[in-house]
Design a protein around this ligand. Structure first.
Ligand SMILES: Cc1cc2nc3c(=O)[nH]c(=O)nc-3n(C[C@H](O)[C@H](O)[C@H](O)COP(=O)(O)OP(=O)(O)OC[C@H]3O[C@@H](n4cnc5c(N)ncnc54)[C@H](O)[C@@H]3O)c2cc1C
Ligand code: FES
Length: 278
């Protein structure tokens, strides 16, 4: 079942494509679902780091030729990993209804994930909606190490958009939830309690860093907050991607520096906020 083909094309990336089967497809609230994917042979997603992603494609014939990009939620063991998806368009709607045992093709793990935590800084993780997976993965990783406990700020439109919060509780991650309609946690956007936390940190001279993933307007706001407060800030961008490994050049991100653009799939998806030319 697992052919483990290495693909290169003219891409700067050499990565692996392999076959999996759906081992579990668990529906959550708000159109979210978790796919657990299993390969017969050991697969390289086991070594993925938080923020890295995979391209996933079902066995759909000529329908939907391109894979879809999804952050790794959890490398469970050397054969199994999971992703958290939200129904967005046709591909994710098809995936939501795929049964256990259905085959999928995976390319990855791809991209550059979040940097290792800076010693002596408190990590403030900020997730908006479907931006949760890389920060959930990061929170689990940090909770399992001797690093100081990170804090999570997680926002959604309604209570149904806030999923997998039991995990954060179980790992002992202090978490502030926020919903735009006030149905769970703080009423409003997650940036308000985050700003209050940053101001508290600055009053105490406590060094912090921001690591975030979510909708572009939220990431733009966090970039401004990070720059205004001179806090190291890392943003996991979710640009539209066709190939995922540097061939189609469809995921350009405007940046400062020698080149006007970098590519979300190979240079990112995690970028330092100060680098992004928004
Ligand atoms: C790095 C990364 C991580 C992500 N992680 C997650 C995650 O963990 N969970 C989650 O739910 N979502 C995630 N997303 C978003 C997810 O990829 C989209 O929701 C998904 O592609 C939608 O597919 P669809 O078929 O349902 O929607 P559609 O709108 O039918 O199709 C979207 C697809 O169309 C193609 N496409 C459309 N416009 C363009 C364009 N301008 N240039 C190139 N290709 C185009 C791409 O193949 C794109 O993936 C992530 C995106 C990125 C880039
Ligand atoms: S998605 Fe094709 S180059 Fe980035």
């Amino acid at each position: 079942m697992d052919d483990g083909r290495r693909i290169a094309y003219d891409s700067p990336v050499v990565t692996t494509q392999f076959q999996v089967e759906i081992a579990a497809n668990r529906r959550l609230t708000g159109g979210y679902f978790v796919l657990e994917l299993a390969s017969e042979r050991a697969n390289p997603v086991a070594d993925a780091t938080p923020g890295q992603f995979v391209m996933l494609r079902g066995d759909w014939g000529r329908d939907l030729l391109n894979g879809r990009a999804f952050s790794v939620l959890e490398p469970i063991d050397r054969h199994r990993f999971s992703v958290l998806l939200k129904v967005f368009g046709r591909g994710t709607a098809l995936m939501q209804d795929m049964p256990v045992g259905a085959p999928m093709t995976v390319t990855g793990p791809l991209g550059q994930g979040f940097p290792a935590p800076t010693e002596g800084r408190t990590q403030l993780l900020v997730a908006g909606g479907v931006g949760l997976p890389p920060l959930h993965f990061l929170a689990r990783t940090l909770a399992a190490t001797k690093a100081p406990t990170p804090e999570m700020f997680y926002g959604g439109r309604t209570a149904d958009d806030l999923v997998l919060t039991d995990d954060l509780e179980r790992w002992g991650i202090p978490t502030v939830l926020a919903t735009e309609d006030g149905s769970r946690g703080v009423h409003g956007r997650v940036t308000a309690p985050l700003l209050a936390r940053i101001e508290l940190a600055q009053a105490r001279a406590e060094p912090v860093e921001l690591l975030a993933c979510g909708p572009t307007p939220m990431l733009r706001a966090l970039r401004e907050i990070g720059l205004a407060h001179e806090i190291p800030t890392y943003l996991c961008l979710e640009e539209m991607m066709a190939c995922g490994f540097g061939v189609c050049l469809g995921c350009a991100v405007p940046v400062y520096g020698d080149k006007p653009y970098k590519y979300c799939c190979t240079d990112g998806p995690v970028f330092e906020a100060a680098q992004v030319r928004w």
